[in-house]
Design a protein around this ligand. Sequence first.
Ligand code: 5GP
Length: 140
Amino acid sequence: MSYDPNNIFGKILRGEIPCHKVYEDADAIVFMDVMPQSPGHALVLPKAPSRNLLDADPAVLAKIIPLVQKVAVAAKTAFAADGISIAQFNEPAGGQTVFHLHFHVIPRYEGQPLKTHARNMEEGPVLAANAEKLKAALGA
Ligand code: 5GP
């Protein structure tokens, strides 16, 4: 399967549809997941086109993982989390639903299970407030 630029994250990257943006540089963008599995659930994307990890350029991966780490550290502070889960799914059988490489950064709390993946849409003002909290913790 090859990369299809008409995926929803491709559209966000081109500014064709909005997102609650936390951070952006020449190589990457971070925004809130609209169907968070836990409050503060964010997505970290390289701008370089690849469907997922399986077809990604290793040089792109080498640049994005330090940003995933930064966002994870900031999210733990911003959302007073006990832990952070990083998730990354590959192809439909692997649980992937949007086909532009992304890493989920999900705040976790002792004894609290995650909400179902990509199920319930969060209110815009909640996403906006969480984006601001994460931005502040990132110093972005
Ligand atoms: P995947 O299943 O591909 O690993 O994850 C895709 C994620 O994108 C899901 O967690 C889903 O909630 C999120 N998502 C789907 N559509 C949109 C959208 O239009 N905007 C944002 N910000 N997130 C989305």
